[in-house]
Design a protein around this ligand. Sequence first.
Ligand SMILES: *Cc1c(COP(=O)(O)O)cnc(C)c1O
Length: 442
Amino acid sequence: MTVLPFPSKRASAFADVPDEKWNDWRWQLSHRLNTAEEIEKIIHLTDSERKALSTEHLFRVDVTPYFISLIDPDDPDDPIRKQVIPTDCEMVTFTSEMEDSLAEDKHSPVPGLVHRYPDRVLMLVTTQCASYCRYCTRARIVGDPLAQFSRHEFDLQIEYLKKTPQVRDVLLSGGDPLVLAPKILEEILTRLREIPHIEIVRIGTRVPVFMPQRITDDLCDMLQRFHPLWMNIHVNHSNEITKELAQATDKLTRAGIPLGNQTVLMAGVNDNVHIQRKLVQDLVRIRVRPYYLYQCDLVHGAGHFRTPVAKGIEIMEGLRGHTSGYAVPNYMIDAPGGGGKIPVLPNYVLSMSDHKIILRNFEGYIASYEEPTDYTPSMAAKYKGLKRPEPGQEGLTALLDGEKMVIKSEGFDEIHDRHGIQHRLKDEAKWKPLGIGKEKDL
Ligand SMILES: *Cc1c(COP(=O)(O)O)cnc(C)c1O
């Protein structure tokens, strides 16, 4: 294997820590930094940061010694620093911010289980993380040591999954599932694997990034007993890609776990096409496939991170075609109010006629693609057995399938009901004198 050029860093304040402690995830967890006094020993705090750190009711602060070591101590604009060190911008509210912007609570049949999509669920298994992201979408539940999910709630989650056979994919998140005690994580995976209709399990985690020491051989041995298991990590900037992270992703991929990455697009962190291109290229070097690039959610405390959507489209324009397809994520807006994830991308289709489509490529080259005139779709009847019922969620696919002709907004029928007489033209007696009224004329 090629030796990768990613650095390994340790802040000078930790120089005396013996390697076996530094490399032990339990040491990293128990030596997290959370006060101005502690953090000031590592980086030079700005007034805004010091003010935020002395504020009550701030979203929880905690940074592992490993992760804080990646910050340039003298650069107030360091992209890693902005992710984990609070500033007083967090106290600023903005219009349209919400506590639960994705309406996850509304979509939870039992506490901690979000069933938003037909065939998959999000299962929140802990409120704890290795470090806390300042832009956390789930700040409403994450970080509070008293708000843990109980065993009773876990039992309810498993019960719901057992009696809901359309769920074939369970996404473990939180909080961060990889900070759970190993035995508890193993129990969760065991209970999920006892449910025959659950085909895949995935874990969303930032532990490999905050605390790569946690990715031990023991953990990988345990995880691979539960295949097919997939994992998404969360890297926002190339500076997070270190020798330690590369070792962690190497172990995970050798354990057969396909790795994806989710990035949040953030002002001052990664809102630039060159930063994003380097990020995705560095990710594929450590065998992590960029999965989603998210528009920042409308969550309190994250207003200063938001960018216009145009910035995300500009970044996608600079990725697709310009670099390996494997390195190009999908840009997603998680719709406020629980609309779910919606992909947004530049326009590549310029126009169409009945048998021709006009396309442009990433360079601006414009081509016409001649479509077939003799196409017969494969027999729908043959695929009947593959069709899954999706109660109440047919939407656009039902229009395409021909099962429905229209989708109406709420109250449409009432607003447009002018009490007119239906099917007037069928009333032959009335219309015959005018010479119309045959069915085929209608
Ligand atoms: C993101 C998410 C999923 C998974 O979505 P994919 O697009 O399949 O990755 C599932 N449930 C909820 C509630 C989510 O927010």
